[in-house]
Design a protein around this ligand. Structure first.
Ligand code: ZN
Ligand code: ZN
Length: 124
């Protein structure tokens, strides 16, 4: 993985992307999900990125690079063939509803923006 040192950006320390803690099925998937591109903030706009992993939903999608933000959700890993985790999208909405949060209207809590909400549920 490339990690370029910051070139004189206000002299501050290089901010690293948040490490994704999710364990992926194989090394290829891990490297495909964690493409470290410093030219595109949004993975869907980066031509080097094939897989969009939505940590909060545990969903893997193949990005369709048509200029939009569309992707095709996949159930199996294209590289190792293993079944990918079940989508938690429905549960995500259920859990937010349980907390009285409307994700379309209200601000989504930080732990619901990645897979931390799943971890906290496991500890309950
Ligand atoms: Zn795999
Ligand atoms: Zn890029």
């Amino acid at each position: 993985m490339r990690r370029r040192e910051g070139v004189g950006e206000r002299g501050g320390p290089v901010t690293r992307r948040v490490e994704v803690t999710t364990h992926h099925c194989c090394e290829t998937m891990t490297s495909r999900v964690n493409v470290d591109c410093d030219q595109h903030d949004d993975p869907v706009t980066c031509p080097d990125t094939l897989v969009d992993f939505r940590a909060e939903f545990q969903e893997y999608g193949l990005i369709i690079h048509d200029g939009g933000a569309s992707s095709i959700t996949i159930d199996f890993c294209p590289w190792c063939g293993r079944r990918l985790p079940e989508s938690q999208r429905d549960r995500w909405f259920d859990e937010l509803e349980r907390r009285g949060i409307d994700p379309w209207e209200d601000e989504v809590p930080a732990e619901f923006q990645d897979d931390r909400w799943l971890t906290s549920l496991h500890q309950e």
